[in-house]
Design a protein around this ligand. Structure first.
Ligand SMILES: [Zn+2]
Length: 130
């Protein structure tokens, strides 16, 4: 989710018919008309790092995945999915204390984050059975 840094309204990309012959209009806030192109670029970078991290995780390169995901978090700290993935990566590396902290962080930004919620519940079940 991207919020306008000027007025705080949530940015929604226009989903119209793509016209390839004309250049894309620069993204602006629908309320205050602030130019959001830099923000969107950062957002896209963050998403790219996050996707990179998911791919590395699928190749079991957890350390590399964590590095990439940390880049995503540095660019967009308030994205719950990034913290949820950070938690998974910590858990996969056996660091459950850090995993739990990451999932709690994810839930702080998005209390509906299912990855973080499911993982925390799973950890609690495991902890009870130990
Ligand atoms: Zn605005």
């Amino acid at each position: 989710m991207i919020k306008c840094p000027v007025c705080g309204v949530v940015y929604r990309p226009t989903r119209g018919v793509e016209n390839k012959s004309s250049p894309q209009p620069s993204p602006t806030c629908r309320r205050c008309k602030a130019d959001l192109s830099d923000l969107l670029r950062l957002h896209n970078y963050a998403i790219w790092y996050h996707k990179q991290a998911l791919q590395l995780m699928s190749q079991k390169l957890y350390l590399e995945a964590a590095v990439s995901n940390n880049q995503a978090i540095a660019l967009n700290y308030s994205n719950a999915d990034f913290h949820a993935l950070a938690g998974k990566l910590w858990a996969l590396q056996g660091n459950f204390a850090k995993a739990i902290a990451s999932w709690q962080q994810a839930l702080k930004f998005d209390s509906q984050n299912t990855i973080a919620d499911n993982c925390l519940q799973m950890i609690n079940v495991i902890a009870k059975n130990l």
